[in-house]
Design a protein around this ligand. Structure first.
Ligand code: IMP
Ligand code: MG
Length: 184
Protein backbone atom coordinates (compact mmCIF):
# COMPACT_ATOMS: atom_id res chain seq x y z
CA UNK A 1 0.00 0.00 0.00
CA UNK A 2 1.25 3.52 -0.80
CA UNK A 3 1.57 5.78 2.24
CA UNK A 4 0.03 9.25 1.89
CA UNK A 5 3.42 10.99 2.31
CA UNK A 6 4.92 9.13 -0.66
CA UNK A 7 2.85 11.28 -3.00
CA UNK A 8 4.59 14.38 -1.63
CA UNK A 9 8.09 12.97 -1.65
CA UNK A 10 10.41 13.84 -4.51
CA UNK A 11 13.49 12.31 -2.91
CA UNK A 12 14.94 11.44 0.47
CA UNK A 13 17.52 14.08 1.32
CA UNK A 14 18.83 12.65 4.63
CA UNK A 15 17.95 9.14 5.70
CA UNK A 16 17.34 7.87 9.20
CA UNK A 17 20.83 6.40 9.68
CA UNK A 18 22.52 9.62 8.54
CA UNK A 19 20.33 11.68 10.87
CA UNK A 20 20.98 9.45 13.86
CA UNK A 21 24.73 9.30 13.22
CA UNK A 22 24.92 13.10 13.06
CA UNK A 23 22.79 13.52 16.19
CA UNK A 24 25.10 11.14 18.04
CA UNK A 25 28.09 13.27 17.00
CA UNK A 26 26.35 16.49 18.05
CA UNK A 27 25.34 14.97 21.39
CA UNK A 28 28.92 13.89 22.11
CA UNK A 29 30.27 17.34 21.23
CA UNK A 30 27.66 19.12 23.36
CA UNK A 31 28.34 16.77 26.31
CA UNK A 32 32.03 17.63 26.03
CA UNK A 33 31.52 21.40 25.64
CA UNK A 34 29.07 21.67 28.55
CA UNK A 35 30.86 19.17 30.81
CA UNK A 36 31.06 21.52 33.81
CA UNK A 37 27.98 23.61 33.04
CA UNK A 38 24.36 23.51 34.03
CA UNK A 39 22.83 23.02 30.57
CA UNK A 40 19.30 24.01 29.58
CA UNK A 41 18.09 22.96 26.13
CA UNK A 42 15.38 25.20 24.71
CA UNK A 43 13.42 23.49 21.99
CA UNK A 44 11.60 25.61 19.45
CA UNK A 45 8.17 24.08 18.90
CA UNK A 46 6.92 22.34 17.00
CA UNK A 47 9.59 21.47 14.46
CA UNK A 48 12.41 20.93 16.95
CA UNK A 49 10.65 18.20 18.92
CA UNK A 50 11.97 15.08 17.19
CA UNK A 51 15.48 16.53 17.06
CA UNK A 52 15.33 17.42 20.77
CA UNK A 53 14.18 14.01 21.93
CA UNK A 54 16.84 12.17 19.92
CA UNK A 55 19.55 14.71 20.79
CA UNK A 56 18.94 14.58 24.53
CA UNK A 57 19.33 10.80 24.45
CA UNK A 58 22.83 11.39 23.05
CA UNK A 59 23.78 13.97 25.69
CA UNK A 60 25.57 12.19 28.53
CA UNK A 61 25.64 15.05 31.05
CA UNK A 62 22.71 16.11 33.26
CA UNK A 63 20.58 18.74 31.54
CA UNK A 64 17.11 20.27 31.58
CA UNK A 65 14.67 21.11 28.80
CA UNK A 66 12.13 23.84 28.15
CA UNK A 67 9.97 24.80 25.19
CA UNK A 68 9.28 27.97 23.25
CA UNK A 69 6.66 28.23 20.53
CA UNK A 70 6.75 31.04 18.02
CA UNK A 71 4.78 31.77 14.90
CA UNK A 72 6.07 33.28 11.73
CA UNK A 73 4.85 31.20 8.85
CA UNK A 74 1.20 30.70 9.59
CA UNK A 75 -0.21 28.30 7.08
CA UNK A 76 1.90 29.34 4.14
CA UNK A 77 5.02 27.30 3.73
CA UNK A 78 7.04 29.15 1.13
CA UNK A 79 8.14 32.50 2.50
CA UNK A 80 8.77 33.84 5.96
CA UNK A 81 6.88 37.07 6.58
CA UNK A 82 9.56 38.11 9.04
CA UNK A 83 6.84 38.62 11.63
CA UNK A 84 7.44 36.56 14.75
CA UNK A 85 5.22 36.18 17.81
CA UNK A 86 5.65 34.11 20.98
CA UNK A 87 2.80 31.61 21.21
CA UNK A 88 4.12 29.73 24.25
CA UNK A 89 6.78 31.18 26.51
CA UNK A 90 9.36 29.32 28.61
CA UNK A 91 8.18 27.87 31.92
CA UNK A 92 11.12 29.24 33.93
CA UNK A 93 13.41 32.30 34.00
CA UNK A 94 16.78 31.76 32.30
CA UNK A 95 18.97 34.41 33.94
CA UNK A 96 22.39 32.96 34.73
CA UNK A 97 21.62 29.72 32.83
CA UNK A 98 23.62 28.16 30.00
CA UNK A 99 21.16 28.01 27.13
CA UNK A 100 21.35 25.90 24.00
CA UNK A 101 18.57 26.56 21.50
CA UNK A 102 17.49 23.43 19.63
CA UNK A 103 15.93 24.24 16.26
CA UNK A 104 14.87 22.14 13.29
CA UNK A 105 15.91 24.46 10.47
CA UNK A 106 17.27 27.95 9.93
CA UNK A 107 16.00 29.42 6.70
CA UNK A 108 15.91 33.23 6.35
CA UNK A 109 17.05 33.52 9.96
CA UNK A 110 14.27 35.89 11.05
CA UNK A 111 12.79 33.44 13.57
CA UNK A 112 16.09 32.75 15.32
CA UNK A 113 17.09 36.42 15.17
CA UNK A 114 13.94 37.34 17.06
CA UNK A 115 14.31 34.46 19.52
CA UNK A 116 17.96 35.16 20.35
CA UNK A 117 17.30 38.86 20.93
CA UNK A 118 14.37 38.02 23.13
CA UNK A 119 16.32 35.45 25.18
CA UNK A 120 19.49 37.55 25.51
CA UNK A 121 17.37 40.27 27.12
CA UNK A 122 16.65 37.75 29.90
CA UNK A 123 20.37 37.66 30.77
CA UNK A 124 21.42 34.00 30.39
CA UNK A 125 25.02 33.10 31.32
CA UNK A 126 25.50 31.96 27.72
CA UNK A 127 23.39 31.34 24.64
CA UNK A 128 24.27 29.05 21.76
CA UNK A 129 22.37 27.66 18.81
CA UNK A 130 22.10 24.07 17.62
CA UNK A 131 20.22 23.52 14.36
CA UNK A 132 19.64 20.25 12.60
CA UNK A 133 19.33 21.87 9.18
CA UNK A 134 20.80 25.06 7.73
CA UNK A 135 19.32 26.37 4.46
CA UNK A 136 22.30 28.72 4.23
CA UNK A 137 21.65 30.27 0.81
CA UNK A 138 18.28 31.62 1.96
CA UNK A 139 19.73 33.63 4.85
CA UNK A 140 18.56 37.24 5.19
CA UNK A 141 19.85 37.92 8.72
CA UNK A 142 23.18 36.64 9.99
CA UNK A 143 22.82 33.99 12.71
CA UNK A 144 25.85 32.69 14.61
CA UNK A 145 25.29 28.92 14.59
CA UNK A 146 27.34 26.87 17.06
CA UNK A 147 26.23 23.36 16.11
CA UNK A 148 24.94 22.40 12.66
CA UNK A 149 23.66 19.01 11.55
CA UNK A 150 23.46 19.49 7.79
CA UNK A 151 23.67 22.40 5.36
CA UNK A 152 20.95 21.75 2.80
CA UNK A 153 20.02 23.22 -0.60
CA UNK A 154 17.20 25.69 -1.10
CA UNK A 155 14.42 23.13 -1.32
CA UNK A 156 11.32 22.72 0.80
CA UNK A 157 11.80 19.72 3.05
CA UNK A 158 9.61 17.75 5.43
CA UNK A 159 9.83 14.95 7.98
CA UNK A 160 11.72 14.56 11.26
CA UNK A 161 9.80 17.39 12.91
CA UNK A 162 9.37 19.53 9.82
CA UNK A 163 5.85 19.78 8.54
CA UNK A 164 4.10 19.99 5.27
CA UNK A 165 1.00 21.97 6.17
CA UNK A 166 1.28 20.56 9.75
CA UNK A 167 1.52 16.95 8.56
CA UNK A 168 4.27 14.32 8.28
CA UNK A 169 6.40 15.56 11.20
CA UNK A 170 6.58 11.94 12.36
CA UNK A 171 8.68 10.65 9.45
CA UNK A 172 12.13 9.44 10.58
CA UNK A 173 13.94 10.98 7.57
CA UNK A 174 14.15 14.35 5.79
CA UNK A 175 12.48 14.40 2.39
CA UNK A 176 12.29 16.97 -0.39
CA UNK A 177 8.78 17.98 -1.36
CA UNK A 178 7.69 17.16 -4.85
CA UNK A 179 7.54 20.69 -6.37
CA UNK A 180 4.26 19.89 -8.07
CA UNK A 181 2.69 19.28 -4.66
CA UNK A 182 3.65 22.55 -2.94
CA UNK A 183 0.54 24.57 -2.16
CA UNK A 184 1.21 28.30 -2.57
P1 IMP B 1 13.22 31.39 9.18
O1 IMP B 1 12.65 32.40 10.11
O2 IMP B 1 13.01 31.80 7.73
O3 IMP B 1 14.65 31.04 9.45
O4 IMP B 1 12.33 30.11 9.29
C1 IMP B 1 12.49 29.16 10.25
C2 IMP B 1 11.23 28.30 10.33
O5 IMP B 1 10.61 28.13 9.04
C3 IMP B 1 11.59 26.89 10.77
O6 IMP B 1 11.59 26.78 12.17
C4 IMP B 1 10.51 26.06 10.10
O7 IMP B 1 9.37 25.96 10.93
C5 IMP B 1 10.12 26.83 8.84
N1 IMP B 1 10.74 26.27 7.62
C6 IMP B 1 11.73 26.82 6.87
N2 IMP B 1 12.07 26.05 5.84
C7 IMP B 1 11.29 24.95 5.94
C8 IMP B 1 11.19 23.75 5.14
O8 IMP B 1 11.89 23.51 4.13
N3 IMP B 1 10.26 22.84 5.57
C9 IMP B 1 9.48 23.03 6.68
N4 IMP B 1 9.55 24.13 7.44
C10 IMP B 1 10.43 25.09 7.07
MG1 MG C 1 7.01 24.86 10.26
Amino acid sequence: MTAVWEVYLQETLINEDELQAKIKELGAQISEDYRDKDLLLICILKGGVLFLTDLMRQISIPHEIDFLAVSSYGKEIRDSTGVVRILKDLDEPIDGRHILIVEDIIDTGHTLDYITRNLIARKPASLKICTLLDKAERREVEIPIDYTGFVIPNKFVFGFGLDLDEKFRELPFIGVVNPGMVVD
